[in-house]
Design a binder for this molecule. Structure first.
Ligand SMILES: Cc1cc2nc3c(=O)[nH]c(=O)nc-3n(C[C@H](O)[C@H](O)[C@H](O)COP(=O)(O)OP(=O)(O)OC[C@H]3O[C@@H](n4cnc5c(N)ncnc54)[C@H](O)[C@@H]3O)c2cc1C
Length: 385
């Protein structure tokens, strides 16, 4: 097996690194604030105009026709450069792959270029108060009317929906068939008549989520993704992206592992050998995840579908993220809880902040308990519990 990058990939890496070095801004305000959201949107515009927003998309939608391997290379450079978080991630990494697979050409032309440029930031409107793990239990409905559908019901935990422009949601269009069968996938603007977005304030005071209430919201037929009744299988394609290749690329964890090694090195001889060993294990795990992902990309390029195996991926990256940050807090010892401008704080408290977010990893994108069920039943073929 040849694990080296081609000359073209290395040239691509050098070009990306140079552009990022020259253009990555200093720290932006949190994207869970109104101001931070817009500052991150401006960054998306800049990325797009330089051709880096969606490198592996076709040029006609705003990409540069890069290969999947080049996309992974870009992600490595992006995270190594400590570039801003991608405010458009739900659209770019979750909806877009689904739209390439199931969308009409009209939908791709209307939505993808605006998504790539950051004009439309998308939110995922799936979960409901009574439908999280058991998503197919959702109760929001869509009723047929002339020229389209009327949406009603409540969605919750919609990341970035407080400031986003559009949502992709699943609604029940046929209550008389089995629960996985009567669902349809809709695209709707969050400023449409009948939509109420209620921000959810987190413990840190910022607005990372929102509830979305739909009260007889009209959606034209042209904004149904796929066929009515096909919502579940299309949603499974989105979750394949969420758990598999696109949402959490290895670059994110490798950059964190490198920062962890630097933190450990900066503390010199004072580090407990058990903690040094944990640092080494984290770095090895991040590298293993990178190798595993490259292997997956090879399989995808050979025409294979990852299917239920994407659950393995999700289990691995979510645990890795916790391990990386927990190890950093162990290294920081008594100064770990410091935040902001406190004397003796490290990186403004970023390790603690990111640790708290890492704790959500086993919940979002489908909880890890559910992913273990998927691995047990559909990857290993064990009997249902
Ligand atoms: C940071 C974050 C971002 C999110 N962003 C979005 C978003 O943008 N859009 C969106 O639609 N949703 C989003 N969610 C919601 C997320 O998808 C749900 O929280 C998740 O699917 C779990 O659903 P639930 O919260 O209703 O928990 P429940 O489904 O009620 O589960 C509660 C517990 O029971 C366990 N459990 C449930 N069923 C089983 C079973 N059959 N076997 C074993 N254990 C089981 C679960 O693993 C969990 O531990 C987000 C969540 C988080 C934390």
């Amino acid at each position: 097996m040849d694990l080296s990058f081609t000359e073209q990939e290395q040239a691509f890496r050098a070009e990306a690194r140079e552009w990022l070095r020259a253009n990555v801004p200093g720290q932006l305000p949190s994207l869970d604030t109104a101001e931070g959201f817009e500052r991150h949107r401006e960054w998306e515009h800049l990325l797009h105009d330089a051709g880096w927003a969606v490198v592996n998309w076709p040029a006609k939608y705003g990409g540069r026709d890069a290969t999947l391997v080049e996309w992974l290379v870009f992600e490595e450079e992006y995270y190594a450069a400590q570039a801003p978080r991608r405010v458009g991630q739900n659209g770019i990494f979750l909806l877009a792959p689904t739209m390439f697979e199931y969308g009409t050409e009209d939908q791709r032309e209307r939505f993808l270029p605006r998504m790539a440029h950051g004009d439309d930031i998308w939110a995922q409107a799936w979960s409901e108060p009574g439908a999280g793990s058991d998503l197919a239990a959702l109760r929001s409905t869509a009723t047929r009317v002339e020229g389209g559908w009327r949406l009603s019901g409540q969605k919750t935990w919609s990341t970035r929906a407080a400031y986003a422009d559009w949502a992709f949601g699943i609604f029940r269009t046929d209550p008389d068939v089995a629960k996985h069968k009567g669902l349809t996938y809709f695209l709707f603007p969050l400023n449409a008549e009948g939509v109420t977005v209620r921000p959810i304030r987190q413990l840190d005071g910022e607005v990372g989520f929102a509830e979305i209430f739909c009260d007889d919201v009209f959606v034209p037929d042209a904004d149904v993704l796929g066929e009515p009744g096909q919502g579940w299988s299309i949603a499974m394609s989105t979750t394949g992206s969420e758990r598999g290749l696109t949402l959490r690329s290895p670059g994110r964890f490798m950059a964190t592992a490198d920062r962890l090694v630097q933190l450990c090195t900066s503390l010199g001889a004072d580090v407990d050998p058990a903690v040094s060993a944990a640092v080494a294990q984290c770095w090895i795990d991040a590298e293993a995840y990178r190798m595993f992902t490259l292997e997956n990309v090879g399989r995808v390029l050979a025409g294979e579908q990852l299917g239920a195996e994407s659950s393995l991926n999700k289990l691995f990256w979510s645990q890795l993220d916790i391990d990386l940050h927990e190890t950093a807090l162990r290294l920081l010892g008594p100064t770990a809880p410091l935040t902001g401008a406190a004397p003796a704080v490290t990186e403004g408290g970023r390790w603690l902040d990111d640790y708290l977010f890492a704790l959500a990893g086993p919940i979002y994108a489908g909880t890890n308990e559910i992913q273990r069920n998927v691995v047990a039943e559909r990857v290993l073929g064990l009997p249902r519990g």
